[in-house]
Design a protein around this ligand. Structure first.
Ligand SMILES: [Zn+2]
Length: 449
């Protein structure tokens, strides 16, 4: 395995408490020395990172890779390449595939597919995700599952959810709850608001999410099990988690980029790429989610990468399947809408994309400390780009960011000491127009013989 020297970047690692212009050496797939001006002539590859940010590889704990069952929308291989393109080196894949990941053999299938990044399977809570019978949680853990979730649905039966939390505690893994009461959500597709009324879309109230967040927090307190609330989207949910944490309940939560950057007014476009579940919420909810990110109530930003084929999404809004792709825009949306808008400083934003999510699932990732796996995300904070469909590596294109400008992109992604994505070698976009200096600043590699 090759030695890589990353020179002169702004190394940001909130775990170690480093934010300084430093060199970093990667040896045998691990982080080696991190210090000022490393002189090494025996490296195969040098990455000039002057003007760039050198961060831990990003960790995205909520992605849908669609394999098995919907390989026309995404595969584990294509999703992992999209992750690498977005600076993400570790993902946790949701089990709502076809068939669902509810057996040890399917967990092993997901864990062992060839992929450019680390893929950790999340196993289902209930057999077939039907909400009736618990899965064999200890077998699933032994096969490699890192958490349990019926994401896409809530476990509606509170007694069953209590037992799920009890067993998950015994096997030492968290339960990730998709909080949505179907009796309140009904067939709703847009946040219950002036926008849903004006657009004539079926409304779903904030209460559909908050009722389940409250129930699951109570069950986490009862059982002592670790609860992780997926894609928090409302002010009420943020406040429920904030109070639960203050009370010592073992709860963590995540939000997604679209819940701190877009509001429910987007549905007035009838663009099916903004049809997500939970739906985009009000401006007040967006402000509350931002406050929760800043004060530590929210532990992680996760993409909820949900690829759908063009054919599946090219239907009227109410009929479109929920979800948008997000692995490749996770970083630029976070940098553009949280850091540039001064909601968070860069260190807090990096934490929410690395050590925060790694901690939620207990993954050995999210730091550049010597000896750690050499997962590195090199970021050009000044790069701006109007997103075009051809820029995506994912097999799907259902993104509301197409046609919008974002700033701050991953330019080189290193996973376990191997360069798995580098912007300089991708055709198209504005890469061809790069001056030599620009190319160098974007992380162009100098390869020594
Ligand atoms: Zn969900």
């Amino acid at each position: 395995m090759s030695r890589i020297l990353v020179k002169g970047g702004r190394v940001v690692d909130p775990v170690v408490g480093v934010d300084d212009t430093l060199d970093l050496i990667i040896d045998d797939g691990k982080i080696g020395e991190v210090s000022r001006s490393i002189e090494a002539d025996d490296v195969e590859t040098a990455v000039e990172a002057d003007g760039l940010i050198v961060a831990p590889g990003l960790v995205d704990i909520h992605v849908h890779l669609r394999e098995p069952g919907s390989e026309d929308a995404e595969t584990i291989e294509s999703g992992a390449r999209a992750a690498a393109h977005g600076g993400v080196t570790t993902v946790a894949a949701m089990p709502n595939t076809d068939p669902p990941i509810d057996s040890a053999s399917w967990v092993e299938f997901v864990a062992t597919r060839p992929a450019a990044v680390s893929v950790h399977p999340i196993a289902a809570i209930t057999m077939g995700r039907r909400g009736k019978q618990l899965t064999e949680m200890s077998e699933l853990r032994d096969a490699g599952a890192v958490a349990f979730s019926d994401d896409g649905c809530s476990v509606l039966d509170a007694g069953l959810m209590r037992r799920a939390l009890d067993y998950a505690r015994m096997v030492g893994l968290p339960v990730i709850s998709h909080c949505e009461d179907p009796t309140l959500a009904g067939s709703g597709t847009a946040n219950e608001s002036y926008s849903s009324t004006r657009a004539g879309l079926t409304p779903v109230p904030a209460a559909a999410e908050e009722v389940m967040v409250a129930r699951d927090i109570i069950l986490a307190r009862t059982t002592g099990a670790r609860l992780h609330v997926a894609h928090v989207s409302t002010a009420g949910s943020v406040e429920l988690v904030r109070r639960a944490k203050a009370d010592g309940v073992p709860v963590t939560c995540e939000t997604c980029p679209h819940y701190f950057s877009l509001t429910d007014e987007e549905v007035l476009s009838y663009d099916s790429s903004v049809r997500v579940n939970p739906p985009l919420r009000s401006a007040a909810d967006v402000r509350a989610v931002r406050a929760g990110l800043a004060d530590g109530t929210i532990d992680a930003v996760a993409s909820d990468h949900a690829p759908h084929t063009h054919e599946d999404k090219e239907v009227e809004f109410d009929a479109a399947p929920p979800g948008m792709i997000g692995l490749e825009t996770l970083l630029p949306v976070t940098l553009t809408h949280l850091v540039l808008e001064k909601v968070l400083d860069l260190n807090r934003a990096i934490t929410l994309l690395t050590a925060g999510p790694a901690g939620v699932l207990g993954l050995a990732a999210g730091t550049l400390s010597p000896g750690a796996n050499a997962d590195v995300c090199i970021i050009d904070p000044t790069a701006t780009r109007t997103i075009e469909p051809s820029w995506f590596v994912s097999k799907s294109r259902n993104s509301p960011w197409i046609g919008r400008e974002l700033q701050g992109f991953a330019v080189t992604t290193i996973r376990r000491g191997e360069i798995v994505s580098a912007e300089y070698d991708r055709a198209g976009g504005d890469a061809g127009a790069d001056t030599e200096d620009r190319a160098r600043r974007r992380g162009k590699l100098a390869v020594h013989a």
